[in-house]
Design a protein around this ligand. Structure first.
Ligand code: ADP
Length: 342
């Protein structure tokens, strides 16, 4: 009992200065109003006792509130709450209760975000290791077979060397895409925007692909709307976008054509890469921009795909404050489009 009163009063002593000021004021008032000294002394004594009782009550309340807050903080620390609705403080602490609830929600969402990020990182690392293993094992296999005697067999030696070379090209493509994606995602890729002639730019890229398209008997159609049509963007990065989209269009088309269509609008140019290829099933369309997501794994790998091309394309188009849109009919063909500012 005495100990409790002692700790209550100690706790209330933070208001000691205010308490003394109050006492002085009341004592002065008593002296002013009561002339009789024999009456004023017991009055001051009574006042002191009442003051100590009040100090005790204030201290008790303060300790109760501090304990309440301590308990909530320690429960949060021990992960005892699932949601902020389980956090309660007494009526007079409602503002503090709200602040604690908001802090709890923020910390919870930060932790969830970090966990998701960690999971994505591990998944990415697992995917990278898996993707690297395939070409490295294949190259190792061919070299071993050659060293074990196939080198002197004219029927297979050239074929094995060509296969090994094919896998080194895949490996190098994968490493280049990995460097690009990590630079983009870490924010290290500097963009350099300027105006350039989009028709000339596409014509050059189309020329680079004419041989590959011819080999597959695919026609590339590009009819520029007018020469001198200028768009605003990072030429080098956009080159990567066009190369990826046209390469994919050729890779995933067995017969027909690939068309690059420019539609001039008031403030922008709508760019479409259209093919008459295998198309993408509806349920896969939203996922093809994910890293390493492939609709047909075997086909992608057979044609040297890294599974990172569209992820890179999306990042670059996003950086141009634009959006890449895909429309596709499975078995009929696909259309990838995005706008660039004029
Ligand atoms: P990849 O290196 O495998 O081509 P991408 O990121 O470029 O990787 O594309 C992801 C997947 O999207 C591809 O594996 C393929 O299944 C699908 N895809 C991309 N472009 C086309 C297209 N023009 N036609 C059909 N499928 C496509």
């Amino acid at each position: 009992m005495w100990n409790e009163i002692k700790s209550n009063i100690t706790s209330a002593l933070v208001y000691f200065r205010e308490f003394i000021l109050f006492l002085i004021l009341v004592v002065l008032t008593i002296f002013l109003l009561v002339d009789n000294t024999s009456l004023s002394i017991p009055l001051i004594f009574l006042l002191l006792v009442v003051g100590i009782i009040i100090l005790n009550l204030i201290g008790r309340r303060r300790i109760k509130e501090i304990n309440e807050i301590k308990e909530i903080i320690s429960s949060i620390r021990q992960n005892k709450f699932e949601s902020s609705t389980e956090i309660f403080l007494s009526k007079y602490l409602d503002k503090l209760e709200n602040e604690i609830k908001q802090m709890f929600e923020k910390t919870k969402s930060d932790i969830e975000y970090l966990e998701r990020l960690q999971k994505m990182r591990s998944q990415f690392l697992a995917n990278v290791s898996h993707e690297l293993r395939t070409p490295i094992f294949a190259i190792q296999g061919y070299i071993e077979t050659l060293l074990n005697g196939a080198l002197n067999d004219p029927k297979v030696n050239k074929h094995f060397l060509e296969k090994a070379e094919h896998h080194t090209v895949n490996l190098s493509n994968l490493l280049n895409d990995l460097i690009d994606i990590s630079m983009i995602e870490s924010g290290e890729m500097r963009m350099s925007y300027r105006y350039f002639d989009i028709s000339d730019f596409i014509k050059n890229i189309v020329n680079e692909f004419s041989l590959i398209a011819e080999e597959k008997n695919i026609q590339i159609i590009f009819n520029p709307p007018n020469t001198g049509l200028q768009v605003f963007g990072d030429k080098e990065r956009l080159r990567q976008v066009f190369v990826n989209l046209i390469q994919n269009a050729i890779k995933y088309t067995d017969e027909g054509n690939v068309e690059i269509l420019l539609e001039e609008e008031k403030k922008s140019v709508n760019i479409n890469v259209i093919d008459t290829g295998i198309g993408i099933p509806q349920e896969d369309i939203d996922r093809i921009f994910e890293r390493f997501y492939r609709v047909d794994k075997a086909r992608s790998k057979a044609v040297g795909g890294t599974g990172l091309g569209l992820a890179i394309v999306k990042h670059i188009i996003d950086a141009h404050s634009s959006k890449i849109i895909v429309e596709s009919v499975y078995g009929k063909g696909s259309r990838f489009s995005f706008k660039l500012k004029k």
